[in-house]
Design a protein around this ligand. Structure first.
Ligand code: GH3
Ligand code: MG
Ligand code: MG
Ligand code: MG
Ligand code: MG
Length: 309
């Protein structure tokens, strides 16, 4: 299984999706027919419903008319680019205006391209194809930039960004946010006794086990440091974070990866420090990391292969 796709994000194997926003049903039908073999298509007859569809369906590309009743195409394009939810969809204007002034207005509203009506069908297809390819490449690179090369988990950079985002979201919503810091027990001894390559294998296998053991879609694992991982657990109470931490500990132990460690278990184990609470001014985002790290230290002190809150 490809770890890059375990959580369904950055999935580049599906057909691209193109949204056509045009008040002319005839234009909608012509463009739909033209793109049928390149992408799945969706249509909206005005700016407002186009924005709604863009937010809910997250199309790769949007073909946007300029002249429409209500919001015009430029306003729609600016609204798309202003929202985090829709900013990543590429926009191509398809319009009866064919002067430089309109082309510049389209590009400065955030569009990647501009096609004049009446359009040449082969040219529209070629441009759509080019932008879909660029879009896929960007998505792929964005996926790589957020991953750890060895284990396929999210990396520290992604964790740092996403932790702030989750913290703010839970603060706004008054929900409890959970964090587990996970450290492999006596891992240096794996390297020392079995070699660095075997150590790398253990890291990969433990990471895969952690990813596969999470049960809710919004939860994720990041490699926090060398042999240390973090599990981000949205909407998770103090009781639940302990249960999840212990579940992860059991799952890693049951991998039965041989390890002659001082725990006497004979297999690789992890220690886990957990913390969960509702964000508040007295409890900033960094305080969760300190609390979980302190709990992890306690778990090590008390003999390892355990979870401490
Ligand atoms: P403890 O139970 O206290 O956590 O002991 P430990 O041996 O796991 O902890 P320590 O922090 O002393 O050792 C961590 C080791 O992890 C040291 C480092 O060489 C190794 N390490 C870090 N990153 C990698 C990696 O990418 N591959 C391999 N093979 N080893 C790594
Ligand atoms: Mg129109
Ligand atoms: Mg250590
Ligand atoms: Mg360790
Ligand atoms: Mg460590």
């Amino acid at each position: 299984m490809d770890l890059l796709q375990l959580d369904g994000q950055n999935d580049i194997s599906t057909r691209p999706l193109v949204l056509i926003i045009d008040d002319s049903q005839l234009n909608q039908r012509i463009l739909q027919a033209l793109l049928a073999d390149l992408a799945d298509t969706l249509c909206a007859g005005d700016g407002e419903s186009g924005l709604q569809l863009a937010r809910s369906k997250r199309p790769d590309l949007i073909l946007l008319d300029v002249e429409m009743p209500g919001m015009d195409g430029y306003a729609v394009c600016r609204a798309l680019k202003d929202s985090e939810l829709t900013a990543e969809s590429s926009v191509i204007f398809v319009t009866s205006h064919n002067d430089t002034e309109h082309e510049l207005a389209a590009l400065s509203a955030g569009a990647v391209d501009f096609v004049s009506k009446p359009f040449n069908q082969a040219v529209v297809r070629a441009r759509v194809q080019t932008h879909l390819t660029l879009q896929r490449q960007t998505q792929f690179l964005r996926g790589l930039a957020s991953r750890d090369g060895l284990t396929g988990t999210y990396n520290r950079r992604y964790f740092d960004q996403q932790w702030q985002t989750e913290y703010r979201r839970h603060y706004r919503q008054g929900e409890s946010l959970g964090l587990a810091l996970i450290d492999i027990d006596y891992f240096k001894l794996v390297n020392d006794t079995q070699g660095h390559a075997a150590g790398d294998d253990v890291l990969r296998l433990v990471a895969r086990c952690l990813i596969q053991s999470l049960r809710r879609p919004a939860e994720f694992i990041a490699r926090y440091g060398g042999e240390e991982f973090a599990a981000v657990l949205p909407c998770c109470t103090a009781e639940e974070v302990l249960a999840t931490g212990d579940w992860l500990r059991q799952q890693v132990q049951s991998l039965q990866l041989p390890h002659q460690s001082p725990t006497g278990l004979g297999v690789v184990s992890i220690s886990v420090g957990v913390f969960a609470a509702k964000p508040s001014d007295a409890l900033p985002a960094g305080a969760y990391l300190q609390a979980a790290d302190h709990a992890l230290y306690e778990a090590k002190q008390q003999g390892r292969n355990r979870v401490i809150a």
